[in-house]
Ligand binder design. Structure first.
Ligand SMILES: *Cc1c(COP(=O)(O)O)cnc(C)c1O
Length: 436
């Protein structure tokens, strides 16, 4: 299958090229030329399948023409070596816990898949030159990518993060690994980090000197695997007899997770409506209401992985719906919450239902509550991170002392190593030229 650019000024690319380049030469995002559709018999059969089998069916339908079946099955199996359970919270509300992977957030799925797929292409193509992965992070992407790519031959990773704006636990996760992972502490915001990465890709001369790629959700190899767990969540709810009319709520920042859900729906997954839950960074909600997309600088919130003022996957959503604002607004509802509302929601759900939400999942839960489920509907929100990843915040809000899972404690024994850089592109460029 070929991948076209959302800007349509570059020729379609093979999967291999789309993964290695990340962004098309015209700065558009790659999209699969067609979205495969799974028949209703397959959808019905999912409830009898384990996750890795469901994921293999989805992976095969996208990537089957481009990767040999054995290699693809191994990549899927390696990617999903952890659980993503659907947990009942109360009434018809369920939480899809995507935080049981190595860095306790949903991005482990896409990052691990992409690392293995890129490693496979590098071996297959016999690329002699190192592939440099640039990743901008507001916290969770950096940890997932660092963990997913650690030790993969032929790949070097540069994690750009906004100094002082990620939680200490997050910072440990990508500054302590060493090996092929280098952390760059940028004096600026997440948007500044993302701008630096985009500028590096747009710099022809730089790209002729070194091989650069991205592991942000702009990369199709990170994005598409995120559709796996929507299918599996459906299967779990179907098993419980709760998949009749499904409303799926996605805490959103760069809108990669939601885009993957929209892919799943276009592939035939029966989802009645999606909800995009935002924190105060609500350019998407404004778009839903007005039809105008007005990116603006991000503001810092306690759900910091969603502090995005110009979501990169917005271009994909527009493209998927043929730029039809009405169609987008019919498929996706939007809500936004400030820090006070997020904290209140965390307290309410902990007191009443004894369920620990992290600040991102709290936006998801709350949006589902405000949406107002009909009696015959089931609400599913994505719990995108383990609350211990935001321990300082969650402890303070809930007046508890959350246990830090062993996986996280292991990171905290490491020594922080990062390189401070200004948000000036010239300096970043010089650094790459000298160090990559
Ligand atoms: C990245 C992240 C989000 C936002 O996901 P997008 O795909 O960028 O919309 C939400 N919650 C957590 C915990 C995250 O790490």
């Amino acid at each position: 299958m070929k991948y076209y650019s959302t800007n349509r000024q570059s020729p379609p690319a093979t999967l291999e090229d789309a993964v290695i380049r990340s962004l098309a030469a015209d700065s558009g995002l790659y999209m699969p030329e067609r979205i495969p559709v799974l028949g209703s018999d397959i959808i019905r059969s999912l409830k009898d399948r384990p996750f890795h089998e469901t994921a293999s069916i989805v992976a095969e339908s996208f990537f089957g023409d481009d990767i040999d079946a054995g290699a693809l099955a191994a990549i899927v199996g390696d990617t999903l070596s952890f659980d993503t359970p659907v947990v009942h919270v109360h009434d018809s509300v369920y939480s899809l816990e995507l935080f049981h992977g190595p860095t306790l957030a949903f991005k482990d799925v896409g990052a691990r898949f992409m690392a293995r797929l890129l490693g496979y292409f590098i071996r297959r193509k016999g690329i002699g030159q190192t592939v440099n992965v640039l990743v901008a992070t507001s916290g969770d992407t950096g940890s997932a990518v660092a963990s997913g790519f650690l030790g993969i031959e032929g790949i070097r990773v540069f994690v750009l993060y906004p100094g002082g704006k990620v939680s200490p636990i997050q910072e440990y996760q990508f500054t302590t690994l060493g090996q092929n992972i280098t952390a760059l502490e940028i004096d600026g915001t997440f948007d500044d980090c993302q701008t630096l990465v985009k500028a590096a890709f747009a710099d022809r001369e730089l790209n002729s000197r070194m091989r650069l790629t991205s592991a942000n959700s702009i990369n199709v190899a990170r994005l598409i695997p995120q559709s796996f767990y929507y299918f599996d969540a459906y299967a779990q709810l179907d098993r419980a007899g709760k998949a009749g009319e499904l409303i799926v709520c996605v805490p959103s920042g760069n809108f990669g997770n939601l885009s993957a859900g929209l892919f799943a729906a276009q592939m035939g997954l029966p989802v009645k409506r999606f909800i995009a839950a935002n924190n105060r960074n609500d350019v998407f909600l404004t778009y839903l209401k007005t039809g105008k997309y007005e990116p603006r600088p991000s503001v810092a919130t306690i759900a910091n992985a969603m502090d995005v003022g110009n979501p990169s996957n917005f271009a994909r959503i527009l493209d998927m719906f043929g730029h039809d604002h009405g169609a987008i607004a019919r498929s996706i509802a939007g809500y936004r919450y400030d820090d006070g509302e997020i904290a209140r929601t965390m307290r309410l759900v902990f007191r009443n239902f004894n369920y620990l939400l992290d600040p991102h999942g709290a936006c998801g839960y709350r949006a589902l509550a405000d949406f107002g489920l009909q009696p015959h509907q089931t609400g599913l929100f994505l719990e995108t991170a383990h609350p211990a990843k935001f321990k300082e915040t969650a402890d303070r809000i809930l007046n508890v002392n959350i246990d830090i899972p062993d996986k996280l404690q292991a990171f905290m024994k490491g020594k922080k190593q990062s390189i401070p850089l200004s948000s000036d592109f010239g300096k970043f460029r010089d650094f790459l030229v000298e160090n990559a």
